[in-house]
Write a protein that binds this ligand. Sequence first.
Ligand SMILES: [Mg+2]
Length: 281
Amino acid sequence: MLRSFSSHLQGRAMRVALVAAALAIAVLVVTVPGFARVFGGAVPPPPANPTSADQIQNIDQVKTAIKAYYGDTLDTTTVDPVTGLKDLHTFSPTGAYANEVDGIVSEAKWYLSHSQHAQTGPGTKAVLFDVDDTTLNTYSYEIFSNFVYNPTTNAQFVNAEVFPAVPHMVGLEKYAESRGYKVFFLTGRPGTQRTATEGNLTNVGYDVKDSNVYLKDYTADTWLSPCATTCTTDQYKTLTRQHIESLGYDIVANFGDQYSDLNGGFADRTFKIPNPMYFLP
Ligand SMILES: [Mg+2]
């Protein structure tokens, strides 16, 4: 009886300790910026085949949280290319999104400044950036479209070159150049949007004149022949990085907001830029 009571106490003490440890981790995740990212604490996706509504986040609450994360701000200077009004929304430069990107950029600068450790392959050291929501921020379009992509209105935004830079990324691109890295941009935008893409990157401050910008062009890009017009984003981006490395570069860092930007290798390290707005497989 005594022994059983004692083991009951030990079990209870153990449970209390476990609960305390779990609480401490939860507090760390909530209060320490970057903790969740570093320790892989991303919110899991809902099940593919939910059996209860309780397994799915409420979509309106998610939209509200996204706006709070970006620090939703009315942009009183940029003209909406569809309505002609100054009614676009943008992120706050002091919001959680900008702060989180700032932390990632600081980590990336430290990494790029230690290229003797960073560079694992032969060749000229290089960095590679995705475009949408890695170097250009498309929050304005997501709010305009209420998070529903439409190729026609999206092309109007792209062609009007209205997207602001992702906070701190222009500084990172220039830092990489100052450290001797060759800079590449790789986007899933079609080749027909090359002029607008280079125009928008330039008008927010990126140095694209010495850079190579890769857009999706199945006819010209012979290295895509293994999958041609059926390339997934993973394949398109991986084959293009492989092509770049075959030209004599070592991609030391690959920056993207989608996992399909980062999968597939041909980069010494990947950096995930936050994007809770959409998912591209
Ligand atoms: Mg992107």
